[in-house]
Design a protein around this ligand. Structure first.
Ligand code: NCD
Length: 341
């Protein structure tokens, strides 16, 4: 019997490897709705494990996972590292700042080098959109995208969905998917891979997604992806069930995109006064890192009954455990997932 057969929701996705037939996790854009639900359901066992004092499984014992991070990260890198270790794998982190990338090595040569070390999974964060796909083409093991430029950040969208599912369940709402939920994503949509992956993921799970940003920070033609587009934050918040705030990604900006941080905060900052005008149970999310006082006020970020920002971090570990477990099943010869390599 495969693990998916033991899931309480086994009826909603195909058995064995057909539940997630991809070698890599490069983007939500490549995933079917039932594949997203499968990964969320798989993560539940790891949420439970992570809440125990002894948080250890031997599922990935003997495997080597390389986290190759070409951009800064706190949450994503740490949670991938913790995830791999809790599954019993040997985890190695490669920081680009201290690597041969600084000596002029190409991305492809770095990929070939990591491959020659016989990694069993490679997790990559890179500043260029599409870089993780390029590496996936050159290596023999599963590649997980931990954020590529402005393109996608699939594990962030999955952890956000898991955090939301748990928060809604605690309120007694059925949260198997997000049908009927209106979710506002507000901030620097243009430069945000989190916004793109979340738009795809939340829509696949049935939510209505509103994107809100000043015109300079809204991608042209984004309506074609099915989002409702707003410039007025108060209008976007009207009737919203969830609001997800995004940081201004100044490191990706060339030139001036906003007149001043003060004006930006006035128009697009999530203050308590602004939240008070929304529904009285609107949930607040943020992928981190937060710039308190710019896109979100401390008073809101720390609201115990409304903010699920730390829950998002908690779910990040469980989601990454699920992704590493599922993607290595084939190589480990898990029954129903194909032959061991
Ligand atoms: C996001 C990222 O790196 O894209 N952070 C994260 O992974 N938690 C968002 C951001 O940097 O603002």
């Amino acid at each position: 019997m495969t693990r998916s057969d033991t899931s309480p929701h086994a009826a909603r996705y195909p058995a064995g490897a057909q539940a997630f037939p991809h070698r890599d996790l490069l983007g939500i854009g490549q995933m079917e709705r039932h594949e997203i639900l499968f990964l969320l359901d798989e993560a539940e066992q790891w949420v439970a494990l992570n809440r125990q004092s002894a948080k250890h499984s031997d599922a990935l014992a003997g495997l080597t996972i390389i986290n190759a991070f070409f951009e800064n990260s706190t949450r994503t890198l740490l949670s991938f590292e913790i995830a791999g270790k809790r599954l019993g794998a040997d985890v190695v982190n490669m920081h680009a700042a201290q690597s041969s990338v600084k000596k002029g090595e190409t991305l492809i040569d770095t990929a070939i080098t990591l491959n020659a070390m016989r990694a069993d999974a490679i997790v990559i964060r890179h500043g260029s959109s599409g870089a993780t796909g390029l590496i996936a083409d050159k290596v023999d093991c599963p590649v997980l995208n931990a954020g590529d430029g402005q393109h996608e950040h699939p594990t962030q969208a999955l952890l956000d969905a898991l955090a939301l599912r748990h928060a809604l369940r605690e309120r007694g709402e059925s949260a198997d998917d997000f049908t009927g939920q209106t979710i506002v994503i507000c901030g620097d949509i243009l430069h945000s891979r989190v916004a793109r992956s979340n738009l795809l993921c939340l829509q696949a799970l049935g939510a209505t997604v509103r994107l809100c940003a000043p015109p300079a920070l809204m991608p042209v033609g984004i309506e074609a992806m099915g989002a409702e587009v707003f410039q007025d934050f108060d209008a976007a918040l009207d009737g919203a069930d969830v609001v997800m705030m995004l940081r201004l990604q100044t490191e990706r900006m060339s030139g001036q995109f906003i007149p001043s941080a003060r004006e930006y905060h006035h128009l697009y900052g999530l203050t308590k006064a602004r939240l008070d005008k929304a529904k009285d149970d609107t949930l607040v999310m943020h992928p981190g890192p937060m710039n308190r006082g710019v896109e979100i006020d401390s008073e809101v970020a720390d609201l115990i009954d409304r903010s699920i920002i730390t829950r998002q971090v908690e779910m990040g570990v469980a989601i990454r455990m699920a992704c590493l477990d599922v993607l290595t099943r084939r190589a480990r010869g898990v029954e129903g997932w194909g032959e061991a390599a």
